[in-house]
Structure formats: C-alpha cells, structure tokens
Design a protein around this ligand. Structure first.
Ligand code: 7PJ
Length: 277
C-alpha cells in the first residue's frame, strides 16, 4: 500500500489509476465542444466513473499547441459549475486542470481533490493559492507556452532537463510549505517536445520516479502517437494504450486518458500479472 490522500478520498498508488479527461473548453483538439453543457459534462463523468476512472480531470483552458490565452473569469465560469455539479452528484476525486490562482481556490472550496497544473504553479499567485488548499498537486514540465511551444524546442539532454526543472518546482513548493508527499510529477508529453524528446522521456520514466515521487502521464491521442503510427486523432487508441502500458511498466501510476474502459482493463491485467509470484 502506498496511500495518497486527495481531499476527502485516498488512492493506493502502488496500483495504477485512470484519470478521465473532461474538457469544458470549446476548442480542445479531440473532443472540442462536445461536452460543453453541464448536462453532457455530468453524463460523460458518469460514464467514465462507471468505466472505472479513479479521478475526473476538469479543464477549461485548452493547452493544445497554438491555443490562446483564456481570461480568468471565463475559465472560472466554465470550470467551477462543472466541479460543483460533479461533487454534488458523484463520489469521485475531481482534479482541476488549471494554472490560475482563482480557479485553484474556487475548485478547492467546491471539494476538488487534486490540482493539476501544466505550468507547475509558475503563474502569478498560483503557488500560494495551491499551498493554502493543502491538496496534492501534479507538477508538469512544459517548455515555453502553448502558443509557441512546438516551434523547434531544444534540450541539452531532455530527460535530465525535465527532471531538473521538476525538482526546481518541487523546491519552490517546499519553500511555501507544500510537503513532498503531496506532489506528483509529470514529464509533460507533447508540451514543447518533438517526437524523439517524447519517446526518450517515456523510455526513462524511471528517472523521474527515482526522484522520489509518483508519476502521472498524459499522452492520450497526442501527436506523438500520430507521428509514430501516421494516424489521425480519432484512430490513436491502440497506440495510446501501448504507450501507457510501457509507461506503467516503467513506473507511472496515474494515466490521464480520454478512453477510460480500455485503460482500466489493460492496467488491471498489467498490475495483476506483476503481483503474481
Ligand atoms: C496534460 C495535462 C498532460 C497533465 C493536458 C491534451 C492536452 N495535464 N493536460 N499532463 N495534457 N498533468 O490532453 O492533449 O500531459 S491538455
């Protein structure tokens, strides 16, 4: 057992867990706009919970390559009513995919159990806002910002560079009183990285894990899968599952995905096999 608490619930992170993606943005790349009303957000949440998701990740700011800035009030209006409705209706951990201090505070007040920030709390006010919630935080590596991050990103050694960055954010968290035991690290697949960078990070997840943290990966339907298979976004499920299976075997424990059931079943087999003598 390796229990981590997420607000009013906890998860055993010696086992794999699926985080189901719930986008409430009009422009997210693979399901843009479809789950935009409260009612459809609740239906999609219910489906993912029935399929075995441990966490629902609610995001109102698209961070796909080229995405533009979303005003704070717009993000608040998109995300908070959905978190409130999910927490009232279902007994599930809700994660908030945000970089915005106001959204962090609002989500925590409504019962969110995890702060998932692709900017690792670098935005103004986010670090202190997150510290005050006493919730766990997922710190993700991104090089540059979404609008321009895919314009020829370069690294000295991608795995070491990502590990160094994540450790610098761990130290920033500790400086405001956030315990290491509340932190999850994410290499940030596709965020300011081209194919060899993404592949190298996935091949060396154990280096991130060895820093002493639980690891989350988000690679569902991403460009790297399409690059390897030459397939459009709606045909990337099998490739996504292969990459997530590999990440599991190298130590990742939380998997942020669109397709919950296939991953719950794949990971159930992977972890069951691993535990047999
Ligand atoms: C990630 C995320 C990821 C974490 C997105 C997309 C882009 N949060 N939010 N890790 N990706 N922690 O799903 O394609 O990789 S949004």
């Amino acid at each position: 057992m390796s229990l981590m608490s997420f607000g009013d619930k906890s998860l055993d992170l010696s086992l794999p867990h699926v985080m189901g993606i719930l986008n409430v943005t009009p422009d997210s790349f693979s399901d843009g706009g479809v789950f935009n009303s409260l009612d459809s957000a609740l239906r999609q949440s219910e489906k993912m919970i029935q399929e075995g998701a441990s966490i629902i990740d609610v995001g109102g700011e698209s961070t796909r390559p080229g995405a533009v800035f979303v005003a704070t009030q717009q993000e608040v209006d998109r995300v908070l009513p959905v978190i409130d409705a999910i927490k009232r209706r279902f007994d599930i951990i809700v994660s908030v995919d945000t970089s915005t201090a106001e959204v962090i505070r609002g989500a925590a007040d409504l019962g969110a159990g995890l702060i998932n920030d692709v900017r690792s709390l670098e935005r103004e006010g986010a670090l202190l806002a997150a510290a005050k919630t006493h919730l766990p935080i997922c710190l993700m590596h991104m090089k540059g910002m979404p609008k321009t991050m895919q314009d020829a990103p370069e690294y000295v050694q991608v795995v070491d560079d990502v590990a160094d960055y994540l450790m610098s954010r761990v130290i920033a968290c500790e400086s405001v009183g956030i315990a290491r035991s509340h932190l999850i690290l994410d290499p940030g697949i596709g965020f300011g990285k081209v194919l060899p960078h993404n592949l190298s990070l996935l091949n060396h997840i154990e280096k991130i894990k060895k820093l002493g943290f639980n690891v989350l990966v988000g690679l569902s339907r991403k460009t790297m899968i399409g690059d390897v298979l030459n397939l459009p976004v709606e045909e990337r499920l099998y490739g996504t599952m292969g990459a997530n299976a590999s990440a599991y075997s190298k130590g990742a424990r939380i998997f942020r995905v669109h397709d919950v059931r296939p991953h719950v079943e794949m990971l159930a087999l992977m972890s069951r096999i691993e535990r047999e003598v």
